[in-house]
Design a protein around this ligand. Structure first.
Ligand SMILES: *Cc1c(COP(=O)(O)O)cnc(C)c1O
Length: 381
């Protein structure tokens, strides 16, 4: 049973249906200008571009640049903006709880001579805006603070961070891979300069995403990471993934249609899961902000159990743990560490990611399975 919807989501059947003809019938290259196959593909890409733009409140569809996913978008935003618009010695500011695909490009900029500042977070995982204010007293090319965290779900005060950056003359980027389609996002008129998105976090296909790049007040021109054909106005060359882009657009439209009601439903399920677990197991400290949090995210510590045995004991329920296992090391995650969670407790944490296809019955089953596993592990002492 699948409760790992912050890692990835099932592609919505309506999205699959929208994609299929672009593999089998209308398989043209969107850059082909000499025949109808190409024209139709190009038109479909423009429809999707408008759907993605609408989900985040972008003023113009052409501000959406299609990429292979949020990892590429984050790399393009940080490296493309800093190298085009800044120079070595300038500061780049990121938060301590960013995804690796923001932290690692920031470190690469550090090796190019940029001064990288990492902002601390509080116990709930919220970025400290006072330390941002202090950091911004030095020349800064770019600030990057995510919209929602992928491990604990905390919604960052990114609009306030964007305002501080703008006042200081710095660009602002937000990684909205988790927030988009889950909570309302309005990037225009004064929000972020760049926003990263990923289709597979919102019931679209893997391997496609986008970077919103502001074209007015100011118009941004990024240094491309790839060089080749002129696609995406030269910012991201390469033959467009037409079926993936069509699916991404459709996924954005679906997510936008049901955003509020789905958020209420997921919050209800999430709280039901939390209550069921605590009824059985006693208090379970919450990782993440108690209220400013993604509706489908529940990250809990399980005191009194050996972290290394927790996930294997929950066999049958697909979950993530509080370790940095995705990056191949067994220490606690950098997010929980930055929040000041004790290392042993961090390792004894589970992330439940509820999604569009999660039912009441599944939540009750998962609560039962996990509670049984934890009681057994506690018994082993
Ligand atoms: C999943 C995720 C990414 C990476 O997105 P991909 O499309 O898988 O490359 C980046 N940032 C956050 C916050 C994510 O959750």
């Amino acid at each position: 049973m699948y409760l790992d919807n912050l890692a990835t989501t099932r592609v919505d059947p309506a999205v699959v249906a929208a994609m299929v003809p672009w593999f089998t019938e209308d398989y043209g290259n969107a850059a082909s200008r000499t025949h109808a196959f190409g024209w139709r593909a190009a038109e479909a890409v423009e429809v999707a571009r408008a759907q993605v733009a609408a989900l985040i409140g972008a003023e113009r569809a052409r501000e959406i640049i299609f990429t292979s996913g949020a990892t590429e978008s984050n790399n393009l935003a940080l490296i493309g903006a800093a190298t085009a618009l800044g120079q070595p010695g300038d500061q780049v500011v990121v938060s301590a709880v960013e995804h690796r695909s923001v932290l690692d490009p920031a470190a690469a900029l550090g090796r190019l001579g940029f001064a990288v500042t990492v902002l601390p977070v509080d116990r709930g995982g919220s970025v400290d805006l006072d330390s941002l204010r202090r950091a911004l007293t030095r020349p800064t090319v770019l600030v990057s603070v995510m919209a929602a965290n992928n491990e604990v779900g905390t919604l960052q005060p990114w609009a306030e961070a964007a305002e501080l950056a703008r006042t200081a003359g710095a660009l602002f980027h937000t990684d909205a891979a988790q927030a988009a389609g889950k909570v309302p996002l309005r990037v225009a008129p004064t929000g972020a300069d760049m926003v990263s998105l990923s289709a597979h976090k919102l019931y679209g296909p893997k391997g496609v995403g986008a970077l919103y790049v502001r074209t007015r007040r100011p118009r941004l021109r990024l240094q491309p990471l790839l060089h080749g054909g002129g696609q995406e106005r030269g910012t991201r060359p390469g033959t467009l993934n037409v079926p993936g882009i069509v699916g991404f657009g459709r996924a954005c439209a679906l997510a936008g249609d049901n955003l509020d009601s789905e958020a209420v439903r997921l919050q209800g399920l999430r709280d039901r899961l939390h209550q069921a677990l605590e009824r059985d197991l006693g208090p379970l400290p919450l990782n993440g902000h108690p209220r400013q949090r993604l509706p489908g995210c529940l990250n809990l510590c399980f005191p009194g159990v050996d972290g290394a045995r927790l996930l294997p004991a929950c066999r049958g329920v697909a979950l993530s743990a509080g370790s940095a296992c995705a990056s191949g090391d067994s220490g606690p995650s950098h997010v929980l560490a930055a929040m000041g969670v004790d290392a042993a407790l961090a390792l004894a944490s589970l992330r439940f990611g509820l999604g569009r296809f999660t039912t009441d019955d599944e939540v009750d089953y998962a609560a039962g399975r996990v509670a049984e596993a934890v009681r057994w592990l506690r018994g082993l002492g």
